[in-house]
Design a protein around this ligand. Structure first.
Ligand code: NAD
Ligand code: LMR
Length: 332
């Protein structure tokens, strides 16, 4: 029997990530090849004509899974009945800016959209915040939507996770699909900590630890980390625009794993509300290693954290604490 359609909201849908993301959703990349979807696309009035153009293209592409398109500049109409909300709307970082430089513009958007989601989205709507500063926007959304369970509000660090997989695959000249269990800890910013202590590569003689295969600690603790931390800036420098296709694809990975589950023995990175695991201060949206099952994420417990890693986990937590205070000062 055909499944009922799932309503997926994409805010900022007329922007560059939106343009890459909506066809992926309509093709089943996010929710699976047998899951019909109704797309809700929100943007602001100056982008209304362009948003309508995206709607026209979605119709022209004749996606079999796409059962309807709502394209609107009305936040209530956009949020009504949505089961999944991918929050991309906001202002991207330009060359030379840090992600927190876009803070004041973006956190106020997340404060106001929190109430609309709280009032009009479907019960148990899952929220993914992509727009920067992603962790802090998600935290503001959570704080201003107190009736949405905190487990339902997450931010995107899967792009950083995928970047880390990509760097290891390039370095070892192995298939990216054979690399797993890298971890992004903390903020989606240049203080994030890409950690390969528990990562493995599938080889003909079984799974091998990445640190053993790379056997160049200086690279793993130096260039590898900075490359992943600075990849967003490197893309901006090269494209004169921030990452879009990789961001859209990673957003699909994030929601797909959250809804459909992570493969056995594999964990992924998600920005989630900290419960104090790994001595990360509670009350931050912090990226942790998680597994997902039955539509719920769980932080992977019991991984060893050496002294080098501990310092990095703490540094990115400190930045998030500072960002939280800055966000509140922007809102008052
Ligand atoms: P973009 O400027 O191309 O698109 C953003 C869209 O948001 C625009 O169409 C704009 O009109 C719209 N918008 C602005 N205010 C809005 C509001 N109040 N409600 C609804 N829509 C609104 O930017 P982009 O390149 O698509 O990037 C979007 C965001 O995603 C940026 O904040 C960027 O920094 C961030 N980003 C995050 C990641 C990540 O991994 N977390 C990766 C890439 C980009
Ligand atoms: C990215 O990581 O590509 C995005 O967050 C864009 C940026 O500002 O770096």
């Amino acid at each position: 029997m055909a499944k009922d359609p799932v309503r997926v909201l994409v805010t900022g849908a007329a922007g560059q990530i939106g343009y890459a993301l909506v066809p992926m959703i309509a093709r089943g990349v996010m929710l699976g090849p047998d899951q019909p979807v109704i797309l809700h696309m929100l943007d602001i009035p100056p982008a209304a004509e362009s948003l309508n153009g995206v709607k026209m293209e979605l119709i022209d592409a004749a996606f079999p899974l796409l059962k309807g398109v709502v394209a609107t500049t009305d936040v209530v109409e956009a949020c009504t009945g949505v089961n999944i909300a991918v929050m991309v709307g906001g202002f991207p970082r330009k060359e030379g800016m840090e992600r927190k430089d876009v803070m004041s513009k973006n956190v106020s958007i997340y404060k106001s959209q929190a109430s609309a989601l709280e009032q009009y989205a479907a019960t148990n709507c899952k929220v993914l915040v992509v727009a920067n500063p992603a962790n802090t926007n998600a935290l503001i959304l959570k704080e201003y939507a107190p009736s949405i369970p905190e487990k339902n509000i997450t931010c995107l660090t899967r792009l950083d996770h995928n970047r880390a997989l990509g760097q290891i695959s390039e370095r070892l000249n192995v298939q990216v699909s054979d690399v797993k269990n890298v971890i992004i800890w903390g903020n989606h910013s240049s203080t994030q900590y890409p950690d390969v202590s528990h990562a493995t590569v599938k080889t003909e003689s079984g799974e091998k630890p990445v640190p053993e295969l790379v056997s160049d600690e200086a690279w793993l603790r130096g260039e590898f980390i900075t490359t992943v931390q600075q990849r967003g800036a490197a893309i901006i420098k090269a494209r004169k625009l921030s990452s879009a296709l990789s961001a859209a694809s990673s957003a699909c990975d994030h929601i797909r794993d959250w809804v459909l589950g992570t493969p056995e023995g594999t964990f992924v990175s998600m920005g989630v509300y900290s419960d104090g695991s790994y001595n990360v201060p509670a009350g931050l949206i912090y990226s942790f290693p998680v597994t997902c099952r039955d539509g719920q994420w769980t932080i992977v417990q019991g991984l060893s954290v050496d002294e080098f890693s501990r310092k990095k986990l703490d540094a990115t937590a400190a930045e998030l604490t500072e960002e939280k205070a800055l966000a509140y000062s922007c809102l008052t």
